[in-house]
Ligand binder design. Structure first.
Ligand code: HEC
Length: 181
């Protein structure tokens, strides 16, 4: 009994010593170009999925079918998301491709998530990935608008995306005030 305890303690100390040696000698490769092992990939993906579903469980989504909301969300998407994720007819930038994990094309991904989960991801970001937390700068109403747009993404063509994000024609803008005489 006592021998087993001593044996286990020795194994524990050796494991910790090995780990510290691995960390301090720089053998772990932190390069973004270094792919995760299959096991690490599985742990990260499974943890992310379960964590997002758990933390978004009590969020109630507002009505997201309003076309004005979708249009507002499209503008935010163009401004804040296209850089990394790309969009209909728009390639991902070098930044989006160079991240590890890379920023995915969201048209392929959003179907896996409920609206509350898309809202949660956009608001809080995803730790240890390049996905930022937009809630630090944007009110919830804007994040819901992006969420409304995300739901439309899988079926949106490049032309529809362009039309949604086009600036309003000049003659629909309010006229400039007359200069003071
Ligand atoms: C700086 C780059 C960057 C920007 C900007 C960015 N994202 Fe991300 N996003 C990422 C990365 C990287 C991931 C991948 C995380 C992963 O695979 O675990 C991600 C993942 C996501 C996911 C989860 C996809 C999935 O199924 O794993 C959603 C949803 C998302 N982003 C939405 C958005 C929205 C909406 C915006 C704009 C408001 C945005 N992102 C802006 C980098 C970015």
């Amino acid at each position: 009994m006592r021998q087993t305890a001593v044996g286990l303690a020795v194994i524990g100390v050796l494991l910790i010593a090995g780990m510290l040696l691995y960390i301090y000698t720089g053998r772990f490769n932190v390069a973004a170009t270094q792919e995760h092992s299959d096991l690490t990939e599985w742990i990260l993906e499974t943890t992310k999925d379960a964590s997002v579903r758990y933390h978004a469980r009590d969020i109630a989504a507002p009505d997201l079918d309003d076309s004005a909301l979708v249009e507002e969300g499209a503008e935010h998407f163009l401004e804040d998301c296209v850089l990394c994720h790309g969009g209909p007819g728009v390639e991902r930038s070098t930044i989006g491709r160079g991240l590890n994990p890379p920023a995915p094309d969201l048209a392929d991904e959003v179907g896996e998530w409920r609206p509350a989960e898309l809202f949660w991801i956009t608001r809080h970001g995803l730790r240890m990935t390049g996905m930022p937390a937009f809630g630090v700068a944007e009110p919830d109403a804007e994040i819901w608008a992006v969420t409304a747009f995300l739901r439309r993404l899988p079926t949106l063509t490049a032309e529809e995306f362009q039309a949604l994000t086009a600036p309003p024609p000049a003659d629909s803008l309010p006229a400039a005030p007359e200069p003071e005489p």
